[in-house]
Ligand binder design. Structure first.
Ligand code: F6R
Length: 281
């Protein structure tokens, strides 16, 4: 697992957006797996900035979001479809016909919705890059602790802790008890996983995911099985990593071809073009 330690949440978002921009530079019709949540906000702000600065196009991209509450209308303040529209889709050149959510109007619809979602991901050629956040209990998507590590898109019943966390956006009503989420095996099928974690609240889960045992009690630890998983953490979320110095060394020693693939050459490339052309000898 590659661990990139950056100063703060804004830097984590900028770094994640740079990786996505580099993917879209090389593969404009890339298939992106997207996540909602507070952690991703700075990343989406940066993607929007890049699109408006004509540095990035999303027009040919296809997106699949990780999860959605069951029985929640698309325009409900708690729905992930609304959050994604507000933070990204309405602000960029994404083609709405290429945007996908595992949205079910009722639990009865869930099996059909899940089967169709998995089929749609496959028909799109699989996910090139899956963006993820992590819960304080180590969940990814809505795969709560004890989720099967070989699960595919399916119904999950939320823990009381997750329900309480969602209470504010559903008030005065009750948050739904059910969601549809990509499974852990669905997430691991992506060609690359990119997880962002920021803030001290996430430090314990981050250490368990990266350095702890592989266990369904920490669903994010399944990323240890992925051949290309990148974790971007800010200093606060990195605080409990025993091998932080090693992760910084690995990053310092990255060869040029690895840097280019992640857009790390961007700044170096931008500087010379901003300078006046060299004068003729
Ligand atoms: C959201 C999702 C969740 C969040 C996680 C972190 O689509 O699948 O796993 O990524 O709960 O949420 P924040 O970023 O709000 O701390």
């Amino acid at each position: 697992m590659e661990v990139l330690i950056v100063p703060d949440a804004a830097a984590a978002g900028a770094r994640g957006a740079r990786i996505i921009a580099a993917l879209l530079r090389d593969t404009p019709a890339a298939v992106l797996g997207l996540a909602t949540g507070e952690t991703q906000r700075p990343l989406y702000v940066e993607l929007v900035r890049r699109v408006h600065a004509h540095e990035l196009r999303l027009a040919a991209a296809t997106t699949f979001n990780l999860d959605e509450f069951v029985g929640v209308a698309a325009d409900h303040p708690g729905s992930f479809r609304r959050a994604m529209r507000q933070q990204l889709f309405e602000l960029v050149d994404v083609d709405p016909t290429r945007v996908h959510f595992p949205a079910a109007a009722s639990v009865d619809e869930v099996p059909e919705v899940c089967a169709r979602y998995e089929a749609a991901i496959e028909a799109a050629g699989g996910i090139d890059l899956q963006l993820l956040g992590i819960g304080e209990d180590g969940h990814i998507g809505f795969n709560e602790p004890t989720s099967s590590l070989s699960s595919r898109t399916r119904l999950k019943t939320l823990t009381q802790r997750t329900i309480d966390g969602a209470r504010a956006v559903f008030s005065p009503g009750e948050p739904p008890r059910h969601v549809v989420t990509m499974g852990i095996a669905t997430i691991l099928s992506a060609r690359r996983c990119l997880l962002l974690a920021t803030g001290a609240r996430k430090a314990r889960a981050v250490a368990a995911m990266v350095e702890g045992p592989l266990t369904a009690m920490v669903p994010a630890s399944a990323l240890q099985l992925h051949a290309r998983a990148t974790v971007i953490v800010d200093e606060a979320a990195a605080a409990q990593l025993a091998l932080a110095a090693y992760y910084r060394d690995v990053e310092r020693c990255k060869p040029a071809w690895q840097r280019r693939a992640d857009g790390d050459d961007e700044q170096a490339a931008a500087v010379p073009s901003a300078l006046p052309a060299p004068s003729e000898p």
